[in-house]
Design a protein around this ligand. Sequence first.
Ligand SMILES: [Zn+2]
Length: 147
Amino acid sequence: MRKRLKPLWRCPKCGEWFVTENMWHSCGKYSLETLFAKTEPHVFKLFKKFSRMVRACGPVRMIPQKTRVVFQVRVRFAGCYPRKSYLICSLGLPRKFNSPRFVKIEEYTQQFVGHQFRVTSESDLDDEVQGWLREAYRVGEQQGLTK
Ligand SMILES: [Zn+2]
């Protein structure tokens, strides 16, 4: 059974949605064009593939920020940091996952563990990543939480 959750708050200025009212954010100032302006062309292709894989999990909002693009259902559960010749992708997973592919793992809460991995070619965006994304999507929905 799905939990009933509090409705989201929508910023009247930029139209972004948040779990908490008046939450600080960049207020729609950034665009994909500026984020990817200095990257090599294939990096944007990698981002497009990653975003297709995110959308395959369900409806999401994509929000360009100053240094990254984030994906949100209720909360932000995935993101991409463009680098000159590759992407760093980050996921919020419901527990710590063990894989040599993760370059950084940060436990924010017990049910929200940040995992970062590098994507340098399309073959890095494989079925394993899609599996992680499905788990991260549930974190984004706040459906994995116990309270
Ligand atoms: Zn705003």
